[in-house]
Unconditional design. Structure first.
Length: 582
């Protein structure tokens, strides 16, 4: 299975092709969403304008009806027979009384039949203790109605009076004497059912509803009974909206509210329409928009897959082949059956590999053999050095007669020289090199356990399998003992630690010796920089040269003043150069 190269995915041609396609498709989808919202907004506004206009016309028609009723009401109040009946009742005989009451009843009945919005007309005559009704004829004086409408007519600022959630018009005939109760009162009761039927006329859609409401008197009339919860929410939000059209949210369902108010009537009429009803004409547009979006998404998938199969995958395979070539694999040919542009590129790549292998046979391998011979020569200079020092240590232990430590020392020394003299690869895992160096410090502890303290950190697991030239750590430690720690009169300190990141691995050897000056450190650093000149190829220069030959520039030894006040040597191994070692 192919793996992506170590570059950002957004920089690949495949990502750019997909991104370009999305740049083309996404604006079209967004345009479709915009057109849908724009159409919905315009449809909603058109419906609202038509509805508000119709509601205003409805209120104007209702106001004309009420004005006509009021004219008839005041005409009745000025009727001479009614006034005569109220004033001269006691002086009239029974026949005159009956005749006057029948005439009044006949007139009220005619008045009632003149308008579909009138349910009944009452004339409450206090002086004769009678109430005349167009629907109920003549009966005893209705004190309750008389008292209510007399007080309401005098205090209410509205033309219409709410009585048991029914609307009434009321007017009274004052007595000639100031302070006395009215002679009679004319009350017109509007027909609530006829008003409800009239509200159905303003319902544009079957699932819409309407209601007539008076905020000051508390009167509310609904075209449907289910409108009651909506009226409650309307009463809370009507003042907050500040407009004739707004959106009402009721239990997660949205309604378009359109209202009109008549200052003359003190009434508001409003209609509500579910939002899905407004969107219904756009349902086909909505469905086609989804079809287009899904089709576009499907096209993106097909385009992405085809781009990956025919362009990105062959190109990625070519990039991987280049990376294998960079790693030294020059014998892997690319097989490609299709005779397209990539087939041509693969053929030229195979020819390039063949030519490159020929050049390596002529020149590069010869240079590698020369470097390998130099490595063998440099490494051979390291091996005898510790042998001399080991015999001196063994001699000192023998002189002291410490047989146990002599036995322990010879066992460790045998393990030590087994690592040096064994036949095998020139390079070993860093874990073996570290174990060998730790063995050296254990050998030195037998000699300097009271004078020199050693802190040897554990090797991190991610560094264990790094291949390194043999004998790159122990000579640095030996140098610290020989030139610094052995000469100290106070307690010596040797510390070996490890660090690693993605770019390089670092082995740090430092001591607290005070025998080396800053100028000497600078001189050593200068010699490491100019290793190609005719300096004696021993010690740290030997190690630095091998590391540079193995891992390339940037690797090697780097010297500085330690935090322990002595010399600090950092062994740097460039990990990205590891595959190019010789």
């Amino acid at each position: 299975m192919l793996k992506f190269p170590a570059i950002s995915v957004r920089n690949t041609i495949f990502a750019r092709l997909v991104f370009t396609y999305l740049i083309v498709v996404v604006p079209i989808i967004l345009l479709g969403v915009y057109l849908y919202n724009w159409s919905y907004k315009n449809a909603s506004q058109d419906i609202s304008r038509a509805t508000v206009k119709q509601l205003t016309y409805y209120l104007e028609g209702l106001n004309r009806e009420l004005e006509w009723m009021e004219l008839q009401q005041f005409d009745i109040m000025d009727d001479s027979e009614l006034n005569k009946l109220a004033v001269t009742w006691e002086m009239m005989d029974n026949a005159e009384r009956r005749s006057s009451l029948n005439d009044l009843l006949h007139r009220l009945t005619s008045f009632q039949n003149s308008s579909p919005y009138i349910k009944d007309i009452y004339v409450h005559i206090r002086s004769i203790d009678k109430t005349v009704s167009a629907a109920n004829a003549i009966y005893d004086f209705d004190t309750e109605r008389f008292d209510f409408f007399r007080s309401s007519a005098g205090s209410s600022v509205n033309r219409l009076i709410n009585w048991n959630n029914t609307l009434h018009l009321s007017a009274s005939k004052l007595s000639v004497k100031k302070g006395e109760e009215p002679l009679f009162l004319v009350q017109i009761e509007l027909d609530t059912e006829r008003l409800r039927d009239s509200l159905h006329q303003v319902n544009i859609y079957p699932d819409s509803g309407s209601f007539l409401i008076s905020e000051t008197t508390g009167f509310a009339l609904m075209s449907q009974e289910e409108s009651d919860p909506i009226i409650q929410d309307y009463a809370r939000e009507a003042n907050a909206s500040g407009g004739n059209t707004y959106l009402l949210n009721r239990n997660g369902k949205k309604y378009h509210i359109d209202k009109a108010y008549s200052e003359k009537l003190g009434l508001s009429v409003a209609t509500y329409l579910p939002e899905e009803t407004v969107k219904r004409p756009l349902s086909m547009f909505y469905k086609w928009a989804w079809v287009f979006a899904i089709t576009s998404l499907f096209a993106v998938v097909i385009f992405s897959y085809s781009s990956y199969t025919f362009i990105h995958k062959p190109l990625l395979f070519l990039v991987q082949s280049f990376k294998r070539m960079e790693g030294g694999a020059l014998n892997i040919q690319i097989e490609h059956e299709q005779k397209d542009e990539f087939g041509y590129l693969y053929t030229r790549f195979n020819h390039m590999l063949t030519k490159l292998q020929s050049l390596i046979d002529q020149d590069y391998k010869q240079k590698m053999m020369m470097q390998r011979a130099e490595l063998k020569q440099l490494q051979s200079q390291i091996n005898p050095h510790f042998l001399y020092n080991s015999f001196f240590i063994l001699n000192s232990l023998a002189k002291t007669g410490d047989i146990d430590r002599v036995e322990q020392f010879t066992n460790m020394l045998g393990e030590y020289f087994r690592f040096i003299t064994r036949n095998g690869e020139d390079q070993v895992p860093l874990s073996e090199e570290t174990r060998h160096s730790r063995m050296y410090t254990e050998i030195q502890k037998l000699r300097f356990s009271r004078r020199i303290r050693v802190q040897f950190d554990d090797l991190p697991k991610e560094m264990e399998q790094i291949k390194v030239p043999r004998l790159i750590i122990q000579p640095i430690i030996e140098n610290a003992y020989e030139h610094s720690l052995e000469k100290m009169t106070e307690e010596g300190m040797l510390r070996v630690s490890f660090e690693t990141d993605q770019a390089e691995a670092r082995i740090i050897v430092e001591d607290n010796g005070d025998s080396i000056s800053d100028s000497e450190i600078e001189a050593l650093k200068d010699r490491l920089v100019h290793t190609a000149e005719s300096y004696e190829m021993t010690g740290i220069i030997n190690i630095h040269r091998r590391l540079v030959l193995t891992y390339g520039e940037g690797s090697g030894l780097f010297l500085s003043r330690s935090g322990l006040k002595g010399l600090k040597v950092v062994i740097r191994i460039k990990l990205q150069e590891e595959t190019q070692n010789v």
